[in-house]
Design a protein around this ligand. Structure first.
Ligand SMILES: NC(=O)c1ccc[n+]([C@@H]2O[C@H](COP(=O)([O-])OP(=O)(O)OC[C@H]3O[C@@H](n4cnc5c(N)ncnc54)[C@H](OP(=O)(O)O)[C@@H]3O)[C@@H](O)[C@H]2O)c1
Length: 321
């Protein structure tokens, strides 16, 4: 399979490259370079950004270089960003999208996602540090302070972004089936994507089936089990799983490549993050082999419904219970 054959068709009719570069925790002085290399050297055609990652300005410099110097054409690169929880009010959604576009040096996004289905009030910010606005506030008992803004209000404001030609598609992230059922009851424009944590230890098969049934493509985040964030916290390390390693050996590939290939064969978009050149290259080098039915079954057997990105410890919101 060639890389370009691995694009998935969204319900908007647009094609989305199945492998994208993740940028969460891509540090200053690394994020822009990673994006530049991914696109110009390793053939990535899809970058996953978010305002809350606080690195969009740096990534925007890389985009400027890439598009102004005609390293690639804008229309050949699929760029996603996400609306942060402090920007859910109807009056804020467009401003937030325009701020992201300015930071990324873009005229439009290919996809804009509601990052979480939770609205929170903005924090005080200064012109020197506008991103302070994103800071979460807790009450005396440690509960996240939320705001009375419905998902419907936010979604309808996001629909306006399409009409204003600021974004080509809109979608959601971290949405459960009941949240999707609700949004589908009033959406004039259906979500094109639901971006959720998805990997061999959290396979989300039922949600995937439900999204496919509703013509919503699923994007798999933390597809390698986010080892950089959770290794020290005593979680099992997916890329060190012995079954994954065994399959990797038999194909002369790395465990990461097996996990990414698994995502592709399950028809999900998959957005591994790396700032390490060899890994960025490795993570897209997955189009010259195929996992057998037997190997897909072995990986299916690894599911343990283990969630790494769980907001309960941060927010005291049992989001997935
Ligand atoms: N919508 C949401 O709420 C949400 C939440 C989480 C993540 N995301 C998106 O999904 C992307 C991916 O998720 P993630 O960053 O949590 O985790 P991930 O992609 O599963 O793992 C990234 C980690 O794995 C390392 N790594 C990358 N390639 C590797 C390889 N070939 N071999 C060994 N280690 C490798 C990276 O290290 P180095 O960078 O040091 O190479 C980094 O520490 C994010 O960057 C973000 O764009 C979205």
């Amino acid at each position: 399979m060639r890389q370009t054959d691995a694009d998935l068709k969204l319900n908007t009719g647009a094609l989305m490259p199945m492998i994208g570069l993740g940028t969460w925790k891509s540090a200053p002085n690394q994020a822009g370079e990673a994006v530049l290399r991914a696109i110009s050297e390793y053939g990535y055609r899809h970058i996953d950004c978010a305002a809350i990652y606080r690195n969009e300005k740096e990534i925007g410099k890389a985009f400027k270089n890439i598009f102004e110097n005609k390293i690639r054409r804008r229309e050949d690169i699929f760029i996603t960003s996400k609306l942060w929880n402090t920007e859910h009010r109807k009056s804020d959604v467009r401003k937030a999208c325009e701020a992201t576009l300015a930071d990324l040096n873009l005229k439009y996004l290919d996809l804009y996602l509601m990052h979480w289905g939770v609205a929170i009030p903005p924090h005080d910010a200064t012109p020197e540090n506008p991103l302070e606005r994103f800071t979460e506030q807790k009450d005396a008992n440690g509960f996240l302070i939320t705001e009375k803004v419905s998902i419907r209000e936010t979604w309808e404001a996001m629909e306006e972004l399409i009409k204003a030609s600021l974004v080509k598609a809109i979608g959601v992230s971290n949405f459960t089936a009941p949240m999707l059922i609700d949004i589908l009851s009033y959406a004039k424009i259906k979500p094109a994507i639901n971006q959720v944590e998805l990997h061999a230890y959290l396979q989300q098969s039922e949600l995937l089936e439900f999204c496919k049934h509703n013509d919503i493509v699923m994007t798999a985040y933390s597809p390698l089990g986010s080892p950089g964030n959770f290794k020290e916290k005593g979680f099992p390390i997916l890329i060190e799983d012995s079954a994954v390693k065994e399959i990797a050996r038999s194909h002369n590939k790395s465990p990461a490549q097996i996990l990414i290939r698994w995502g592709i064969q399950r028809k999900t978009v998959i957005i591994p993050k790396s700032v390490t050149p060899e890994r960025i290259k490795e993570n897209i080098d997955v189009f010259d082999f195929e996992l057998s039915e037997e190997e897909m079954k072995i990986i299916a057997g690894l599911n343990r419904n283990l969630r790494f990105v769980n907001p309960y410890p941060w927010w005291k919101i049992p989001y997935y219970n």
